[in-house]
Every structure is written in C-alpha cells, then in structure tokens.
Design a protein around this ligand. Structure first.
Ligand SMILES: [Zn+2]
Length: 353
C-alpha cells in the first residue's frame, strides 16, 4: 500500500503538478505555511490565504488587477475549502466517533467554501508595478457576483485596508508639477492606512500569525517596507531585493546605496537557515525567483563588494566616467547585466554623504 502511495506521489510530481492558478499567465507558488507567491502581474505579489481572508503584499500592475483578483479568490476558495486528509471513513475507524459521517466526509459532500475577500493590501513601495492594482483589489464592488457569491459577504467591510509607509502616500498625493488640482497618482490608488515608525504590525493575528511591517529608509526609494510573516517564516522584501538585475536605486524618490545595503543586511539578520545556509526562512524578492538566506547573502556580498570597489576608486579621485571605465562590476555583469545605473547610483550616494 505504501509503495502504491509512493508511486502515486512521484507520478503527481512528475506528470501533472496540481496547478494552483486558474490563469495561464499568472503563476502561483506555495511558499510555506499560509504564504503563496503570485508571479506575472508586475512585481511579485505575496498572498496570505486562510480563514480570515486574504492579505496581499503588493497589488501588481493596474491592468492585471482583474486577473489577480480572480486568481486570489479562486486560490482562497480552494485552500480554505480543502478537507483535512483522513484515510479512514466509516463505523470501524479507530477513535472516530462519527460513524458514517465525519468532518472529512462532510467537507467532501458539502458545497464549496465561499471565496474569502481581500482584507489587507500592504505596499512595499510606490512603484506602479507594485501598487498599481490597489484601487481594483481593495474595492469589493457592491452586489457583484464573484464565483457565484454576492459581494461583499455579510459582516465584512466593503473594502480592504491598504497599508504603506507615509512617504508612499506623500508622494502619491503630491501635486503634479505645474498643476494645482491633479495629484501624481489618482486618489483611488492611495493607501488608507500609513505609518511613520520603523516597525509596524497588524494589531492581531491574521490567518493564525503575526504580520510585521518593517520600514527600510532610503533604499530603493524613501518609502520601502518589508513584510515578515512570523509563523510561516516568510519575508517579503519588495524591490530592496531584486535578483534579476543590479539593485535598482531610485535616487529621485529618495533611494540610496547605503539604504539598499542596510535593507539586505536586515533581511539576513531576520533569516535563519534550516541547514548550512539553505532552506529555513524564505524570502520573496520584488522580482525574480524565491530565495533563501544563502541566496540573499550572495546578493548582499555582491552589493557590498562593488560598493567597496567604487568607494576605493572615488577615494583616488576618479571621475564617474573613469570609474565606469575601470569596470568595477566586470565579474558580475554576466549575471546582472548592465551596471551603469547602479554605478552612478553608488557614486551619487557616496557623494551625498
Ligand atoms: Zn519592482
């Protein structure tokens, strides 16, 4: 019997993994605990799914929001509605007083669980590929039907709370240059709840765990937050960590090299490997693949090493053009691509200090 189960398990792995996404261009990866990673809507989106509903870290691009909404609700319905495994049904099951009925059987024969609404969205930065879906995803349109259920369900607030550092709201609500009444970003996209302290947290458990939000000053921008799910042990880093390229430092929005480096070190401070720097705490970057602390350490080392080289060249009085010509990133260019913007950002960050 065990052999058959093993064979079936292997077959499932090899020939047809359970597809968690109902959209061909959005991919859902179960990370660990309650946390799923949704890829393909702009920046990576992290989802906490459970009995309290859905919490999203970031909302993707505006034009993807409808599809993100559908995939999130589909997933929540499936995860919450899945019965607990029970290999024995019936009168003779040991220690099961349920006779021919059991919680497992009831779950199988009852109607599917209703979709859980999105309750919170946390923005890791102001970027349009991370916060662009705020308006659509936060608003649960009144009396609309999603998956056959009328929204919002009884007793649930009609919209989600959108949380970010206050600098995100300040930049979104600032007037467009040369305009008196037009703001940089439409008010429907603005966060509803902001914080100004270094560490913020949801005041009670969500889906069975504490959720901490950590502000990282002047890193990718001046409004970057990282989110830590304490029981699932998953960190959502936003664009402080972007392994698809050299760090993207938005100097105009208050980013700096020193802030990126401090942010990467903060991730490492919080992460614990399962064994020899592998596994354990999982880290979802702003873009690119899922990482563990060993991956983040490699990336952090690259950022530190290149920063040291550039600082050394600066201390010898070299100009930006000379520093670029010295190719301080040569051994990494094959992995991370063009270094020009990164070198410029490092030089400007050191000159500011
Ligand atoms: Zn991004």
């Amino acid at each position: 019997m065990k052999r058959i189960a093993l064979f079936l398990g292997l077959a499932a792995l090899g020939f047809g993994q359970v597809e968690l996404s109902t959209d061909p261009s959005l991919h859902v990866l179960p990370v660990q605990g309650n946390i799923y990673m949704l890829v393909g809507a702009g920046g990576n989106i992290a989802m906490s799914v459970g009995n309290d509903g859905i919490l999203l870290v970031d909302s993707g691009k505006a034009e993807m929001a409808d599809r993100v909404l559908k995939v999130s609700l589909d997933l929540a319905t499936r995860v919450v509605g899945t019965p607990m495994p029970n290999s024995c049904l019936g009168l003779r099951c040991p220690a099961a007083p349920y006779g021919w009925s059991s919680p497992s059987l009831n779950a199988r024969i009852s109607s599917p669980a209703r979709p859980k609404p999105i309750r919170y969205i946390i923005n890791t930065s102001i970027d349009a590929d991370h916060a662009g879906g705020n308006a659509r995803l936060a608003e649960l349109p009144k009396d609309s039907k999603i998956l056959g259920v009328t929204f919002p369900p009884v007793g649930v607030a009609p919209s989600a709370n959108v949380i970010s550092h206050e600098n995100v709201l300040n930049r979104m609500s600032a007037n467009k240059p040369g305009s008196k009444d037009q703001t940089m970003v439409d008010s429907s996209q603005w966060p509803t709840d902001t914080f100004h302290v270094a560490k913020y947290k949801l005041s009670e458990f969500f889906n069975g765990e504490g959720v901490q939000i950590m502000y990282q000053p002047d890193a990718h921008t001046d409004g970057d937050s990282m989110v830590y799910f304490r029981y699932s042990d998953v960190i959502v880093a936003g664009d402080i960590l972007n392994p698809t390229s050299y760090p993207v430092i938005d100097l105009e929005k208050g980013g700096s090299y020193q802030g990126i480096l401090a942010g990467l070190n903060a991730i490492l401070d919080l992460s614990i490997a399962e064994f020899r720097s592998q596994g354990g705490t999982m880290i979802i970057p702003g873009h690119g693949r899922l990482m563990d602390s060993g991956d983040v350490a490699n990336y952090r080392n690259m950022v530190q090493i290149i920063g040291d080289r550039v600082q050394d060249l600066l201390s010898k009085g070299r100009t930006l053009a000379q520093i670029k010509a010295a190719k301080p990133t040569l051994d990494y260019d094959g992995i991370y691509g063009s270094p020009d913007a990164f070198i410029e950002a490092i030089v400007k960050s050191f000159q500011k200090k």
